[in-house]
Design a protein around this ligand. Structure first.
Ligand code: C2E
Ligand code: SIN
Ligand code: SIN
Ligand code: FE
Ligand code: FE
Length: 407
């Protein structure tokens, strides 16, 4: 495909370069996918789009935007839908993954019958959306490894849907190569965190990968709503949402410091054992004492404070120097002395612990867990966080469905 640098294109090119620079500050795969879709849709004036990620021999749905169906400031269940497509030429996305070539379709409902792929209109039927023009692009790393496929839908001009322009067909693939590299890094970051968690999990069977992915996603979505409600700038919101998702996944890494006989006890803990267990907050905080990034700082806030209670009475309380070997638990913290991120994770963690099975208890029903959380509003939990949690409960359920316990 020909590509000529006109002055107009130069503007777009420098905006691509700026976006790549910004991408490099993002850490989690979900934030990276959100950013890539946003920028690719801006470049091509697309109404909607989605990204699929290569996962073993399949394509796993990763993220979706749709300006017509949902707004950016709403929490949305659609991004937590879980399904895969095979890499073969039957679907549009599968075809692009197997050929590694960009595919341009002007009308999804007029695909010539000699093509191997067909348009799956199930999503249109379910949502009432009408797909017309589609630009589907392979996402590669610089080493020509396929990491995913991006699909942009319904290019718009003056409110009408038009075919994707020649310019979009040239510019979006340029951006896509760098996007591929960013995605690769985002997946590695999440894998690295899961690996840290697995080190703890080897010892604590309750701290599963699925539990931490759920607590991370619940926390990210609760924060999203909190930030909208407080008028936080959307870019700032996305940066913090990125951090809290990863840092929340690490809330219990300090359990690596707890002896097996306590951690793996299939029974209620004695008072003395529970007192020892409380140290997992301090041990966790110590892992992040050398704060070289905002992620380290938030991880410290969360590991240390996720068992504090809004009205006081939590642990470990105020501590002057967490590196002191013989510290005693401090006076309890209260209200906004507890960092916001920790107040959010406190609720996310308890909800997930209540509704999961533990060696010492059966899972609670949603109704029982919600009743408990409601009754602890203003006591254990920040009442504002409780309100937000109930408001986004459909999203919470979608997250739980995506990150199920592996049998
Ligand atoms: P966890 O299992 O991740 O639980 C996190 C928090 O969820 C708990 O913090 C508690 O606030 C809440 N939670 C979990 N299960 C229940 C429950 O059955 N009823 C009620 N009302 N709340 C529940 P907490 O209590 O500070 O415990 C921290 C960690 O200590 C727990 O993390 C778990 O690993 C361990 N633990 C707590 N109690 C026991 C126990 O009786 N037996 C064993 N083996 N471990 C326990
Ligand atoms: C996801 O957003 O969960 C898909 C990417 C991944 O493998 O983490
Ligand atoms: C708050 O505590 O209400 C917001 C400040 C923060 O912890 O980021
Ligand atoms: Fe904990
Ligand atoms: Fe936990």
């Amino acid at each position: 495909m020909e590509f000529q640098a006109t002055p107009h294109n130069n503007d777009k090119l420098s905006s691509i370069l700026k976006n790549i620079e910004e991408l490099n500050h993002l850490k989690d795969i979900d934030t990276i996918l959100d950013k890539i879709l946003f920028e690719a849709r801006q470049l091509s004036n697309a109404d909607a789009g989605s990204i699929f990620i290569v996962d073993e021999q399949k394509l796993r749905f990763g993220y979706v935007h749709n300006d017509t169906l949902f707004k950016e400031d709403e929490s949305n269940e659609a991004i937590y839908v879980d399904f895969t497509l095979p890499v073969n030429d039957k679907s549009i996305v599968g075809y692009v993954a197997s050929t590694c070539d960009t595919l341009v379709i002007d009308d999804a409902y007029q695909i010539p019958s000699d093509r191997p792929y067909t348009f799956n209109d199930m999503y249109d039927h379910k949502s009432g959306y009408t797909t017309k023009s589609i630009l589907t692009i392979p996402l590669m790393t610089f080493h020509d490894k396929l990491v995913g496929v991006m699909q942009l839908i319904n290019a718009k001009e003056d409110g009408r849907i038009i075919p994707f322009s020649k310019e979009s067909q040239a510019l979006v693939p340029l951006f896509a190569n760098n996007a591929g590299v960013a995605i690769d890094r985002g997946i590695m970051n999440r894998e690295m965190i899961l690996r840290m968690v697995r080190m703890a999990e080897l010892r604590d069977p309750t701290e599963t990968g699925a539990h931490v992915l759920r607590v991370g996603a619940y926390s990210a979505e609760i924060y999203h709503q909190w930030a909208i409600k407080h008028g936080i700038d959307i870019q700032e919101m996305k940066r913090k949402k990125d951090l809290i998702r990863l840092a929340a996944m690490l809330h219990d890494v300090g359990k690596v410091g707890i002896p097996d006989k306590i951690l793996k006890k299939p029974d209620k803990l004695s008072d003395q054992e529970f007192n020892e267990m409380k140290w997992h907050t301090v041990y966790g905080g110590r892992l992040f004492i050398n704060q070289t990034s905002n992620l380290d700082k938030m991880s410290m806030d969360i590991t240390l404070n996720h068992h504090e209670r809004w009205a006081g009475g939590g642990y470990p309380g105020r501590i002057n120097d967490i590196m002191m070997p013989e510290i005693t638990m401090g006076d309890p913290k209260k209200v906004d002395e507890i960092p916001l991120s920790a107040r959010i994770v406190a609720l996310a963690d308890v909800f997930d612990a209540l509704t999961s099975s533990r060696s010492y208890k059966s899972p609670w029903s949603d109704d029982d867990a919600m009743e408990k959380i409601e009754s602890e509003s203003g006591k254990h939990f920040d009442p504002e966080i409780v309100t937000i949690f109930f408001k986004i409960f459909p999203v919470i359920k979608a997250i739980r469905n995506k990150y199920r316990e592996q049998a």
